[in-house]
Design a binder for this molecule. Structure first.
Ligand SMILES: [Zn+2]
Ligand SMILES: [Zn+2]
Length: 222
């Protein structure tokens, strides 16, 4: 079994590049991990952060993350903004910059979720679990049956299961509750008790990071 884990076939529509006034970005399959790009504030008279008047020398700029109209001083940072799928470094205000840097790091850590990890489910059957590379579905593969796909958008709640031993707490598995139109289904996965490695635990920690991103309320979406 490859350590990179199986990849889903590319969706038919693939990824397309798009250029807007905010910069070059790509559009991908619907995923709760990614945020929509904001509407830009109209060109107003004063910087929305420091209230300086705009004129010939104090020019208007827009933060790509919150869309506010700001002076150069209040929007001088440029950084990757992976959660909005920008390809290049983009201008951001100080508040957004700090948040983006933090999230960029989290998304890098989440890269390991596309490698599959061995779990046992509640019926004590072994399965492989991974997240597809577009962060749209969780795939559960058993040897004998076709894979189950859980859309991340349908996950209603998630919990990391832990165990405490000699005052140390470590992850041993996770549970997700999935909502379809009529029903709720709960899935639970535990690491095989004797063979779990440090890598397996890191995978679950990355999953925890992903769930935190999914369930947080982003400040630009009410
Ligand atoms: Zn300003
Ligand atoms: Zn901003």
């Amino acid at each position: 079994m490859s350590s990179n884990g199986p990849k889903l076939p590319k969706p038919g529509f693939g990824l397309t590049l798009q250029r807007s006034h905010s910069g070059l970005s790509y559009s991908g399959p619907d995923s709760p991990i990614f945020l929509n790009q904001p509407q830009w504030s109209p060109d107003i008279l004063k910087c929305e952060e420091c209230n300086r008047d705009f004129d010939f020398f104090v020019r208007r700029h827009h933060c790509r993350r919150c869309g506010r109209c700001l002076c150069e001083r209040c929007s001088k940072g440029k950084a990757a903004l992976k959660r909005m799928r920008f390809l290049d470094l983009v201008r951001q205000c100080n508040i957004c910059l700090a948040q983006s840097l933090d999230e960029n790091q989290k998304l890098t850590q989440m890269g390991r979720l596309t490698s599959s990890i061995r779990f046992v489910d509640v019926s004590e059957k072994e399965c492989q679990v991974f997240i597809d590379e577009y962060y749209t579905v969780m795939v559960i593969q058993r040897d004998t049956t076709p894979p189950i796909q859980i859309h991340l958008n349908d996950i209603k709640s998630a919990k990391i299961l832990t165990k405490t031993h000699l005052n140390k707490t470590y992850p041993i598995g996770f549970r997700v509750v999935v909502n379809d139109e009529f029903d709720e289904t709960s899935f639970e996965f535990l690491l095989p008790e004797d063979t779990a490695t440090k890598q397996d635990q890191l995978w679950i920690k990355s999953l925890q990071i992903m769930f935190a991103l999914i369930f947080e309320k982003p400040n630009n979406e009410q």
